[in-house]
Design a protein around this ligand. Structure first.
Ligand code: PLP
Length: 404
């Protein structure tokens, strides 16, 4: 019998095909080797598995349901659209799936503090939550631009007891937040763990975060069978670093199911106007791993933009680069305008306000549903709720059909 895909990738050095690896300053090689060793140890440790199961069920609110989007389906007039409700996780997004596990890992490593970057603030809030729950200190780095845009999440992090450090260089968004967090981690690695917020970074983070998120895919498979008695034809997720996408893909990767990652086209095709790394990028090393990235004329990470602060990253998880290079996954695009339209459509037709990041996946699902027959099914990972985005959206895009 063929080995399950998840057991075959990555190799022992953290490579998915030619993508991945760990490109580290010499001083961090030992700390990362320790993280990997500890992860290898705990991932099969019944005590760790039980602890994670316990917090997921009794604290996070898992399993999250799959909802049939009846009105949205009728509106599109084609394939049936289903939603995996990661917005119903405690803190409102899929991020807590890996944060709870990363903080347990930090405890096993004897660290007293966790450090991370955040884009929209969702990873920061989730990590601050996990740190509060497990009694660790928490420091979150965030671009100054995002601090303004995602103000409610900044307040949430502070209320949860985290220290929020602004990244003030460059474009002052997600990439700069990673630079800033990495800088502090280099000076404090003995007492802290850098809890990366997606399937990116040096090995073992891409595989670790994928494994922690795979609960989304495994639950989905079982729940979808309950709804339809067959697997979905298409599974769709938005891709920033790619953790929510890898999480749901993990449940279907050995099956005859089309897996589609949706990248942000922002305002246009020019470099700097979007963050569609897989679509327009080339091979390169950034933030400690080899993947597909958007480069400027000097070969440095290019400036990127998307209305979704959690997906404006100039690279992508190495496993996505690999899976797309072998044709197992497909990449689709969605621009700002389509995302805002989907944000309002899902809100008004289904009573669910999605995160702007998630709205990219919804927008593409609507497009696809319209051209498919009604016996086809689409499962979308509804990665997070949009409460954090409401002020920004209504200030910039008029509410359609507003009654007052
Ligand atoms: C952070 C975030 C994303 C993007 O991150 P991935 O690692 O690509 O999943 C998508 N949706 C929501 C709601 C987020 O908070």
């Amino acid at each position: 019998m063929k080995k399950p895909y998840l057991e075959t990738q990555p190799d022992e050095n953290g490579y998915f095909g030619k993508f991945g690896g760990a490109f580290l300053p010499p001083m961090l090689e030992e700390p990362f080797a320790q993280i990997q060793k500890e992860y290898e140890k705990i991932k099969t440790d019944p005590e760790f598995i039980e602890e994670l199961k316990y917090v997921r069920k009794h604290y996070q609110g898992r399993p999250t349901p799959i909802s049939f989007a009846k009105n949205l389906t009728e509106h599109c007039g084609g394939a049936k659209i289903y939603l995996k409700r990661e917005d119903l996780n405690h803190t409102g997004a899929h991020k807590l799936n890996h944060c709870m596990a990363e903080v347990i890992l930090a405890k096993h490593l004897g660290k007293k503090k966790v450090i991370a970057e955040t884009g929209a603030g969702q990873h920061g809030v989730a990590l601050a939550t996990a740190a509060a729950y497990f009694g660790l200190e928490c420091e979150i780095h965030m671009g100054e631009v995002d601090i303004v845009k995602e103000h409610p999440n900044v307040v949430r992090m502070k209320i949860l007891g985290a220290k929020v450090v602004p990244a003030t260089h460059g474009l002052k968004t997600l990439k700069e937040a990673v630079d800033s967090a990495f800088g502090v981690y280099m000076e404090t690695y003995e007492e802290s763990l850098f809890c990366i917020g997606s399937v990116v970074g040096p090995h073992p983070f891409p595989v670790m975060v994928r494994d922690f998120q795979s609960v989304v895919g495994f639950e989905s498979k079982e729940q979808f069978l309950e709804h339809e008695d067959k697997l979905p034809d298409h599974v769709i997720a938005c891709v920033g670093g790619g953790s929510n996408a890898m999480g749901i893909f993990a449940g279907f990767i050995d099956d005859d199911v089309e897996l589609i990652g949706v990248e942000p086209m922002g305002k246009g095709e020019k470099l700097g106007e979007h963050a569609a790394s897989l679509t327009y990028g080339e091979e390169g090393v950034m933030h400690g791993f080899n993947s597909i990235m958007l480069k400027d004329a000097e070969g440095e990470p290019a400036p990127v933009y998307s209305i979704g602060s959690g997906i404006d990253y100039p690279s992508v998880g190495p496993e996505h680069a690999y899976l797309s290079s072998i044709g197992r996954t497909k990449v689709a695009l969605c621009n700002d305008e389509e995302a805002v339209d989907a944000f309002y459509k899902l809100s008004q037709l289904e009573g669910i306000i999605p995160a702007l990041e998630t709205a990219h996946a919804i927008a593409y699902a609507m497009k696809l549903a319209k051209i498919l027959p009604s016996d086809k099914t689409i499962l979308v990972n509804l990665s997070g709720r949009g409460d954090k985005d409401i002020d920004f959206v209504v200030d910039n895009h008029e509410i359609p059909n507003a009654k007052f």
